[in-house]
Design a protein around this ligand. Structure first.
Ligand SMILES: [Zn+2]
Ligand SMILES: [Zn+2]
Length: 119
């Protein structure tokens, strides 16, 4: 998975090509090419950028770190907290989904409950 190269770079701008190569198992040539293809730094970053939300080190141009890109929602049926990707949450909001479920089971139970109330 060449994505691991990109992820590693985005999370660790301070890593050199050889460190990424060692950690991902790809050759230095593949690592360099992959980074270039994605417009990412091939040289180790000296200026450290941090996530504005939690202060974790992120690569240049990244707005939020991976953790902060997630949001928590509450299951509409059982009330349990669900960790969702922020992008998914935004999409759900755009589509007008009002309910979030932690599992298919909760979704099904909720549907049954709503149907019974409607009677
Ligand atoms: Zn963060
Ligand atoms: Zn639930």
């Amino acid at each position: 998975m060449r994505e691991s190269i990109i992820e590693l770079r985005q999370e660790h701008p301070e890593y050199s090509i050889s460190e990424i190569s060692r950690l991902t198992g790809f050759s230095r040539y593949i690592v360099t090419r992959t980074l270039k293809e994605h417009g990412l730094q091939t040289k180790r970053e000296h200026t450290i950028y941090t996530c504005p939300s939690c202060g974790k080190v992120v690569s240049k141009g990244v707005k939020l770190c991976r953790q902060c890109r997630h949001v928590t929602a509450i299951c509409s049926y059982c009330g349990r907290e669900i960790v969702r990707r922020r992008a998914d949450e935004n999409r759900a909001q755009k589509l007008g989904y009002r309910h979030r479920f932690c599992s298919k089971k909760c979704q099904a139970l909720y549907m049954v409950m709503v149907r019974n109330v409607g009677k």
